[in-house]
Design a protein around this ligand. Structure first.
Ligand SMILES: *Cc1c(COP(=O)(O)O)cnc(C)c1O
Ligand code: SF4
Length: 343
């Protein structure tokens, strides 16, 4: 038997990652469906169809994410999440611009306060990937504050309300902010005595793992706040060894890692896909937190699954897996005091 201590796990940072690395990946991201289909060697007809989609939410796929797709497979679960489909243009009853009631929960521009004790900042209007099923696809980002100065009114509002103990940085993706801006926002939050926890909702460590810079790691290490990072991964193929290594580095800062995913038809609506995702998450130190029923945003009906599908999946997972590997299956309903637990 080989000793476990013979091979220490390789958790060294990727040689001093700086903002230049991820900025480079962002600039290099694919913004053209024909380039995407050519790189994957799949039919240009799919690209023609993607190009016909009438949306302000353009295709955006960073290359580290592309590298985890299978060439020649037009049903690749990662590809399906990012390739626009002609049926995005089909209006469907019950699919609207703001199904989750974000606008009604807006206290100040960029500050959402829906749930007891937690307030959410729309810290960045942009993302590093455009997920076609995105629940904030239609969010009026032009009204949210830009730059750390512009956040002053929201910071004052939070300071004046001592019922808030946790701030969630969301977006868009809050890690689209450069570390200097992020650092200023975190420092203003740290200065508010009743703020105890900082939560970051982000997909960046998945789609551009180089985003885990030394400076970000140091920020998480140094803050007095309890830190929680909720990543967003829908499929086991997203979680390759580079993602795992970067998440190890985050975890070493004392940050609790959780995952949220969305139940998506054709992507992860099978028992095998869900079990594999949960096992892989635990393997890399991330607890499966939420499995979301799709929010019914305009143009996403082709991803929708029946609730019974999710209920059956969870029931079966509960039979087969340890309890901590089974995410909470939830739906967000406008006006409710918490997310609604379906199973
Ligand atoms: C989901 C959500 C939260 C966080 O909810 P938890 O159940 O604590 O994960 C907070 N604010 C808003 C606006 C949300 O949509
Ligand atoms: S990363 Fe999140 S906010 Fe950004 S497009 Fe994807 S689902 Fe939407």
């Amino acid at each position: 038997m080989t000793s476990l201590s013979q091979q220490p796990p390789d958790v060294r940072p990727l040689e001093g990652r700086t903002s230049q690395d991820w900025a480079h990946e962002l600039r290099n991201a694919i913004r053209n469906p024909h380039v995407l289909c050519d790189e994957l060697r799949i039919s240009r007809d799919l690209a023609d169809s993607a190009a016909s989609v009438n949306s302000n939410f353009q295709i955006l796929v960073p290359r580290p994410f592309l590298a985890r797709m299978e060439p020649g497979n037009q049903d690749d679960p990662l590809l399906l999440q990012v390739l626009p489909q002609a049926n995005e243009n089909i209006a469907r009853e019950g699919f609207t611009g703001d199904p989750v009631g974000d606008l009604a929960a807006t206290r100040l521009p960029g500050l959402l306060h829906k749930y007891n004790g937690r307030a959410l900042l729309i810290a960045s209007p942009t993302c590093a990937v455009h997920c076609r099923y995105c629940f904030r696809k239609e969010f009026p980002y032009q009204e949210t504050p830009k730059g750390s100065e512009a956040w002053q009114p929201a910071i004052e509002e939070i300071s004046a309300d001592d019922s808030i103990s946790e701030i969630i940085l969301s977006g868009g993706d809050p890690l689209m902010l450069v570390d200097a801006t992020l650092s200023k926002i975190i420092h203003s939050l740290e200065a508010i005595p009743h703020i105890m926890r900082l939560r970051i909702h982000t997909r960046l460590p998945i789609v551009i793992p180089q985003r885990v810079t030394d400076r970000l790691v140091n920020l998480l290490k140094a803050t007095r706040l309890i830190t929680v990072m909720v990543i967003h991964s829908n499929h086991t193929n997203e979680l390759d060894s580079m993602v795992a290594r970067q998440l190890d580095i985050i975890q070493a800062t004392g940050t609790l890692l959780l995952n949220q995913s969305v139940l998506l038809r054709g992507v992860n609506d099978s028992l095998a896909a869900q079990i594999s995702l949960s096992k892989r998450l635990i393997e890399i130190g991330v607890l499966p937190y939420y499995l979301h029923q799709l929010d019914r945003v305009t143009g996403t009906a082709h991803f929708d699954t029946k609730r019974q599908v999710g209920l059956n999946l969870i029931a079966e997972m509960r039979k087969q897996l340890p309890g901590y590997m089974v995410p909470r299956y939830v739906i967000e309903e406008a006006g409710k005091p918490h997310k609604t637990l379906l199973a």
